[in-house]
Design a protein around this ligand. Structure first.
Ligand code: GCO
Length: 443
């Protein structure tokens, strides 16, 4: 047994990282539009103002997708493009953009997977306290309703929130992502609770208003340990590490977010570690948060746990310094599946490279082909061992704006020359075409 016949091969992007057109056609500003202008926040003072100009070039980009044999595309909707003030007045042109995008995808035989929140919170809402405001989950539900009303006749796959671990952890705890805050623990827990409620209310909204069957999940990330050996003991140590939680790291864990969503309760360890700093929970909250979902998304890049997978001198890393640990694409889906018992969708996986155009005009990113061969083979092994995996969305389709790291780290299967907006399919793009076309048999 290998990848199922209906295995979803695809690519992923996020609005702020590729769209550009940050102030066009009635779009409002998000926290990334505004806070990235603060000095000394983003590498080289870069931002997403223009980026890949995908807002204007999406038809070409979709043509390119078709040429590459891409059948599934995970993208995100920019909340401030649709609601310039976050709530209230809808920007018709913003909605039309996403409607046209979906139409163009479908005309080209590509299935859209919509992410509702990939980090660019409307600035107007941040000014009202953002995710700390007790009304934030209702704002998100209202936004979701408008998107569902307009797209659910054509969209089946929905992802509520992308990586709460990272946007809360880096944006509000460590202060290295917009809006660059360092909040106290009690506020971080309350904010988490509000975000979980936003997720749950969005799930309810999609279920209630979708015009056709909806398949819903979210896209978290989290540490995964790789066992030292295949002994039961080592596997259990790695599993335990993969869900462990303490006072300092709780935001970055799998269980802080995954347990409330799937089990309807915060992990026992969280109560112990956080005590009085646990959020205040109103009656009915946990039922909203644990509204049933259909799949568990997972953004998986590297095994990060120093205990089970120690770094060693000369260990191969990507251009962002992330350890190359292919087995993580075996163990992480396995541990997540065995804990949460939901089909897994790999919502992101890929590597940053220092890609460049060679003298022959091509991008010879053989290291990425090597990386992906190893990682996707590990995923294949997981599937062969009975882990239910729905699909694999490569991060990313295009090189793009890598948040605080700017444009230098290139994650795309397609190279972007930001000066001319020319796209060049990298060798890995041609390679991936074959993998998708043979349903993984060519690996
Ligand atoms: C994330 C986001 C993406 C990143 C990617 C590479 O994981 O941080 O979902 O927007 O660009 O993961 O870091």
């Amino acid at each position: 047994m290998s990848f199922s016949k209906d295995f979803m091969w695809g690519v992923a992007t996020a609005a702020y990282q590729i769209e550009g057109a940050y102030n066009e056609d009635g779009k409002g500003l998000g926290i990334w539009d505004t806070y990235s202008r603060l000095p000394n926040t983003i590498k080289n003072g870069e931002n997403g103002d223009i980026s890949c100009n995908h807002y204007h070039l999406y038809k070409n980009d979709i043509k390119l997708m078709k040429e590459m044999g891409i059948k599934n595309y995970r993208f995100s909707i920019s909340w401030p493009r649709v609601f310039p003030d976050g709530i209230g007045k809808v920007n018709k042109q913003g909605l039309e953009f996403y409607s046209d995008l979906v139409d163009t995808l479908l005309e080209n035989g590509i299935t859209p997977l919509v992410t509702l929140y990939h980090w660019n919170l409307p600035n107007a809402l941040q000014r009202k306290g953002g995710w700390l405001n007790p009304e934030s989950s209702d704002w998100f539900a209202d936004y979701t309703k408008v998107i569902v009303d307009h797209l659910s006749d054509r969209v089946t796959y929905w992802i509520t929130i992308n990586e709460p671990q990272v946007f809360v952890g880096l944006g509000y705890k460590d202060g290295v992502h917009a809006p660059f805050y360092k909040l106290p623990t009690s506020e971080l827990t309350q904010m988490s609770h509000n975000i979980l409620l936003a997720h749950g209310k969005a799930v309810r909204t999609i279920r209630q208003y979708a015009k056709k069957k909806a398949i819903i999940g979210f896209a978290p990330t989290g540490p995964c340990s790789i066992p030292h050996s295949r002994s039961t003991e080592d596997i259990e140590v790695a599993r335990k590490c993969s869900f462990a939680l303490d006072r300092d790291n709780f935001i970055f864990t799998n269980s802080w977010w995954g347990d409330p969503i799937v089990f309807g309760q915060y992990p026992e360890e969280a109560h112990k570690a956080l005590g009085e700093d646990m959020p205040s929970i109103n009656p009915g909250d946990m039922a909203i948060i644990s509204e049933p979902i259909d799949f568990y998304g997972a953004n998986i890049y590297q095994s990060q746990n120093a205990f089970a997978t120690p770094k060693y001198p000369g260990q191969p890393v990507t251009s962002l310094g992330w350890a190359i640990t292919p087995e993580v694409l075996y163990w992480s889906p396995k541990f997540l599946y065995e804990r949460y018992k939901l089909p897994i969708l790999i919502t992101e996986n890929g590597m940053a490279g220092c890609d460049l155009v060679h003298l022959d005009g091509r991008v010879h990113d053989d290291y990425r082909i090597d990386f992906l061969t190893r990682y996707i083979s590990a995923l294949k092994q997981a599937v062969e061992d009975g882990i239910e995996v729905m699909g694999y969305m490569h991060w990313s389709f295009l090189d793009n704006f890598e948040w605080a790291k700017g444009y230098a780290p290139r994650f795309g299967l397609v190279y972007v020359d930001y000066l001319t907006q020319r796209r060049i399919i990298k060798n890995s793009g041609y390679w991936y075409k074959k993998v998708m076309g043979t349903n993984g048999e060519s690996l």
